[in-house]
Design a protein around this ligand. Structure first.
Ligand code: GTP
Ligand code: MG
Length: 198
């Protein structure tokens, strides 16, 4: 898919203030600092469309971007970021779960995981939460540029095996990506395009 336009639309904490038209949307979720905002910039080929930072906790709101005027990418805050106060953390989680449970336009979530790490409960539990709520999702392995090919392959296999040993009967669609060198961009855009065409 060619990206002809990519524009910021709105940021907020309330699902009822999200865009009201029925265009399909895809949401990026994962731990703070995993690379959600960087991935959105990589996919859209825009350097600063979504704000990124080396410090976790950069993205704090639900951010809608409209792509080619006919679908949305949604950048979400990271989960598992301990440096916010407890009450703001609870609120955080609440508006994220509200988004996932109420947003009718959501076609698929993408759960981002850093490909360097073993499966973490916070991520696999979030996938289980999506499964329990009937929300389709794919897995995006990020920061592939940080590993040599052998280690990359080993970690991806390890992750898939862990899912199959857990509650999953099959491995969800998954993508190996790097925002630094655009690995996985074509595959991910083709996947989204395929869904949008149906
Ligand atoms: P929050 O908004 O805080 O939840 O973080 P985020 O998941 O949006 O992460 P962000 O895109 O801001 O990236 C976090 C850090 O990781 C930044 O320093 C990025 O430059 C770096 N980063 C993101 N993706 C990649 C990647 O593919 N490769 C490398 N080497 N660094 C990356
Ligand atoms: Mg972010």
């Amino acid at each position: 898919m060619k990206i002809n336009s990519a524009e910021f639309v709105i940021s907020n904490q309330e699902v009822k203030k999200c865009p009201t038209n029925k265009l399909p949307e895809y949401a990026f979720i994962g731990r703070s600092n995993v690379g959600k905002s960087s991935l959105i910039n990589m996919l859209t080929d825009r350097k600063n469309l979504a704000k990124t930072s080396g410090r976790p906790g950069k993205t704090q709101l639900i951010n809608h971007f409209i792509i080619n005027k006919n679908w949305y990418l949604v950048d979400l805050p990271g989960y598992g970021y301990a440096r916010v106060s407890k009450s703001s953390k609870a609120k955080f989680q609440k508006f994220i779960t509200n988004y996932f449970e109420k947003r009718q336009q959501l076609v698929s979530a993408f759960v981002l995981v850093d490909v360097r790490h073993d499966p973490q409960p916070i991520d696999t539990e979030f996938m289980e939460y999506l499964g329990e709520n009937g929300i389709p999702f794919g897995i995006i392995f990020t920061k592939a540029d940080k590993l040599k090919p052998n280690a990359l392959e080993r970690n991806v296999e390890n992750y898939k095996n862990a899912l199959l040993e857990g509650i999953w009967e099959e491995v969800p669609p998954y993508f190996v990506t790097s925002a630094s060198n655009k690995t996985g961009r074509d595959e991910l855009l083709a996947y989204i395009d395929g869904i949008n065409q149906t």
